[in-house]
Design a protein around this ligand. Sequence first.
Ligand code: MEV
Length: 438
Amino acid sequence: MTEPKIISGFSKLDRLQKIEWLIEQLKLDKETLEQLNRFQLSEQAIQQLIADLSENQLSNFHLPFSVAPNFRVDGKVLTFPLVTEESSVVAALAKAAGYWAKRDGFHTEIIGTEKKGQVHFSWNGKPEKLSESFSELKEELERDVAPLTQNMEKRGGGITNIRLKHLPEVRPNYYQLDVAFETCNAMGANFINSCLEQMGKTLKNWAKANGDFRDDEKEVEVIMAILSNYVPNNRVKVWVECPVEDLDSDADQAHALAMKFVQAVHISRHDVSRAVTHNKGIFNGIDALAIATGNDFRAIEAGGHAFAASSGQYRGLSNAGITNGNFWFSLEMPLAVGVVGGVTSLHPLAKLAMQIIGQPSARQLMGYLAVAGLASNWSAVRALVTTGIQKGHMKMHLSNILNSLQVSDEQKQAAMLYFQHREVSFSEVQNYLKEHAK
Ligand code: MEV
């Protein structure tokens, strides 16, 4: 590989200059420009909007924008918009949606919508001295952030709690202002971070002006002020349930499925190796809906994985059981999302996705995301305890294999037909193509 030179001021180059630099430095094909241009949109205004979402944009990276119909959630029928590169995910969601639509659908319950952030700081003094004057500090913090919170308060949100925490186990002089927020329909990251940064400044000024503090106590070192993606009180529970015998038209199969399914879920709650993969299957659904609706899936994942480890052991996020002859399958997890602002209000396809899913509130979208997680988890675990996942997976993957082997449309159609009732693997497809080239 040709190693590029260190360059300063790259971001100041225009798009063409950046591409030229890349071609020259990495000795890329001259067609690279053409290739990148092919994925640029012809509509200038939308292209600019997409380019402005990031820095150093050269082209657009396309992923399929799909839908899965038939989601019955709290009695309402919905179509889920989904963006994913994994071929079996949409099929898995659609299959689970149709299956559970016939069995009373998915149910959701919002457990809380509290978001959090911290001002991390050091202070040299007796902890009691700080806690004694905390109510006075709190008043100043609230007064100084008022210009930032007034709009959110009009919408029913704002700061709901400010606590002072001393954490000597981290460092003897380490403290936090631990702040809780309600951000209504917004994800609220910018709002929260602006409030926290203001609080950091107020804290410093307050200490400096405090007549009861010694000189060395007047110095507060603000280490950082930032929201937390760990939001266990911004939590939703979703579930499906039905009599065990309704799981399959064959009573024995229904019981076998229920027993094996519950076992598989319980393994994920005790074995970390299985738990991680189990949760990956949950995030297959959640991420696809989060991306389609312009939500920050990294924040959702980080918070979800931390919650999965909140007992001290990393566990599967879902749970299942059989109670009084009823099979139930549930998922409870934190989900901080927004439906106004950010990419959701900017990206034309995210706006369309919001229309497709019925313009939900942030609370509703929390439920729908968890439903997508439970649905993909249902399909994955059901396949694992019955046929195994490879059968369905490789069928979905067949067109990717054929595309990678650069077959003609005609060959592709013939191969799809041939493999309709046959096992798919890369080598089987290669053999088939060799045979049929003769
Ligand atoms: C593949 O993307 C996801 C699964 O591995 C999830 C699981 O094992 O439960 C099928």
